[in-house]
Design a protein around this ligand. Structure first.
Ligand SMILES: [Zn+2]
Length: 167
């Protein structure tokens, strides 16, 4: 090894990094973004629709034409003040070059689908707490069949606990 090769190793090398996505759950996203939590009326990170309470839960019904999509620029300018936490500075992530802060964050599959829609469907099918219509309920005979099949294949499936459904 000669002196010039040692010098080359110490050279700073600039690499271009492309940030495709930031993946985190809704709670972490609101913490990082410094915005209202996912149960807030103006919590949608993709549009400026106001949520409404229906059946004891916050919903974002069909998006109205007049609702604006949230954009990088509208986020930075805090156009919808109620979306942001009060008396906080803007997230430092807005300083990332060439990053659209709205599109870089993935939607939270766990809270939106698994703990939202899927949990509700399971409660309706299994007639837990909120009794669903009779035509969608799973009979106890069918439920026993499902449990039996699940028991036989549980060594290859993740553990499911009905306790997590709030039962
Ligand atoms: Zn929305």
């Amino acid at each position: 090894m000669n002196i010039s090769s040692v010098a080359n190793k110490k050279k700073r090398i600039a690499k271009q990094v492309v940030l495709d996505a930031i993946v985190c759950d809704a709670l972490a996203k609101s913490f990082i973004f410094k915005i209202k939590g996912h149960s807030g009326f103006f919590s949608c990170t993709r549009c400026e629709a106001q949520g409404v309470y229906k059946c004891n839960r916050l919903c974002f019904p069909a998006i109205d034409e007049k609702e604006e999509n949230r954009t990088h620029e509208s986020f930075i300018s805090k156009m919808q003040e109620k979306h942001h936490l009060a008396n906080t500075e803007m997230s430092i992530l807005i300083n990332l070059p060439n990053v659209n802060i709205i599109n870089v964050f993935c939607l939270d599959y766990m809270h939106l689908c698994c703990l939202g829609v899927t949990k509700k469907l399971l409660k309706l099918w299994l007639f837990l707490k909120s009794k669903g219509p009779k035509n969608v309920r799973i009979t106890s005979i069918k439920l026993n069949e499902i449990n039996l099949k699940y028991s036989k294949s549980k060594h290859v499936l993740p553990l499911i606990s009905l306790g997590n459904l709030g039962v």
